[in-house]
Design a protein around this ligand. Structure first.
Ligand code: ZN
Length: 297
């Protein structure tokens, strides 16, 4: 995907296309936000920082998904800079095998999960752990915002007028093409999306797609999708069934066909997140019948 260089004002920049990368420049130093899928993406980030007349000083990872940290190990080594992430996300970025391992239920992953979109070619050697709140990173004042849901400890990075917000919202093209959004904690994500409009940044740079100014509207469209998935999961429990059966029903609702094991396993995570949410609300329960883990209302 062609990358585009965006100037957002106040020394804030973004490289968009594929997975978006933020570049926050102050007095000749740059904090980079996310490193893209691989070394090629990370190279573009370093070139962009140089073009902006800045020396990379730190890398912040919004969450531990391969398309956001895959280039981080190489970038950090190449630029000799520290890497920051929230504790749980840091573990994924340091141990890339964890992502396919989780998707495959903790067993050594099948070949289909070892492609570069789910297994980063290089992990990050060492990561400094981030707590939410206002803080200086490489001497640059930033706001670290907790944005959990899509990933359990996803963070956003606020820098003056711009918020680099990871995958807290997906663009309309994604809502259209991949309707079952990857979700780890549905209740947390819905709460995060509710809070988002109260932030007052001029620009939001999501992990994918174009820079956004009207975050409230896009947050509501993402929340509406999550609520819809949850509702269709509940509807599907009119007949007690196992999670993969629920997924088939929800996929049929969206008229989509999952064409590879990794797509099915990613979508199944979202179904599991919806079932957890329903169980927590007392709207669904799980019971064992004939060695089947059946979900019922
Ligand atoms: Zn993600």
């Amino acid at each position: 995907m062609a990358t585009q260089w965006r100037e957002l004002g106040d020394g804030n920049f973004a490289l968009t296309g594929g997975s978006n990368i933020g570049i926050i420049v102050r007095e000749g130093r740059a904090v980079i936000v996310d490193a893209g899928l691989d070394k090629d993406a990370a190279k573009k980030a370093l070139r962009a920082a140089a073009d902006a007349g800045a020396k990379p000083a730190a890398l912040v990872i919004t969450h531990g998904h391969t398309d956001h940290f895959g280039g981080a190990g190489w970038l950090a080594q190449q630029a000799g800079i520290p890497v920051y992430a929230a504790p749980l996300e840091a573990v994924f970025a340091m141990q890339p095998l964890l992502e396919p391992l989780f998707l495959y239920g903790g067993a050594t992953p099948i070949a289909e999960l070892r492609g570069k979109f789910t297994l980063a070619r290089q992990g990050v050697d060492s990561i400094a752990l981030l707590e939410p709140g206002a803080q200086e990173i490489a001497g640059i004042p930033l706001d670290i915002l907790p944005l959990p849901g899509h990933a359990l400890q996803q963070i956003g990075v606020g820098a003056s007028n711009t918020c680099y917000c990871g995958d807290v919202v997906f663009p309309d093209e994604t809502l259209e093409r991949h309707p079952i959004l990857f979700c780890a904690d549905m209740d947390a994500w819905l709460r995060t999306l509710e809070r988002l409009p109260a932030l007052s940044y001029a620009w939001y740079i999501p992990g994918h797609g174009e820079p956004v100014q009207d975050i409230a509207a896009l947050a509501e469209r993402n929340a509406a999708r999550l609520r819809e998935i949850r509702a269709w999961v509940w509807e599907s429990l009119a007949t007690p069934q196992e999670a993969p059966g629920v997924l088939r029903n929800v996929a049929a609702r969206y008229n989509i066909t999952l064409t590879a094991p990794q797509f099915l396993l990613l979508a199944l995570t979202t179904i599991h997140a919806a079932l957890t949410s329903l169980q927590a609300a007392g709207e669904a329960r799980v019971e064992m019948t004939a060695n089947r883990m059946l979900w019922r209302r």
